[in-house]
Design a protein. Structure first.
Length: 132
């Protein structure tokens, strides 16, 4: 009996959304083909203005503290957000679609490198990452 109540609860109170594949395909085509999106161009309509970025660093843990070597090893993640003025659309034109995930390699991303005194410089991000 409890399973029935659980099922009823899930149906009544859990919000589930979905989009048709056609809406997503049409939006991707509109943004990247029809609008001729160029990831090499900084996504400000007025290029004279600087790009505003929101940066948040979340420290997950301290892995090691070596006082002799003066080295602190941590784990964390960096969340970077910005508004790409070239990637906008009217949600109603695409079945209410208000966001889409695209590969990081397909859009403009800021040049951010991680500088570390113990290892070499490296670019942040991954071609496998999906951005929203």
């Amino acid at each position: 009996m409890w399973r029935l109540w659980y099922f009823v609860f899930v149906i009544l109170f859990v919000k589930i959304e979905g989009q048709s594949g056609d809406n997503v395909k049409n939006l991707i085509k509109q943004l990247f083909t029809t609008n001729d999106y160029k990831k090499q161009v900084r996504p400000n309509m007025d290029q004279r203005h600087p790009m505003n970025l929101d940066l948040d660093f979340y420290l997950v843990g301290i892995n090691e503290l070596d006082e002799l070597k003066q080295r602190l090893t941590t784990t964390g993640f960096l969340n970077i957000g910005w508004i790409d003025e070239y990637l906008n659309w009217t949600s109603a034109d695409f079945g209410g679609l208000d966001h889409v995930y695209v590969p990081q390699a397909d859009i403009w991303i800021p040049d951010i490198t991680l500088q570390n005194g113990f290892t070499k410089l490296r670019e942040l991000g991954s071609s496998l990452s999906k951005l929203r």
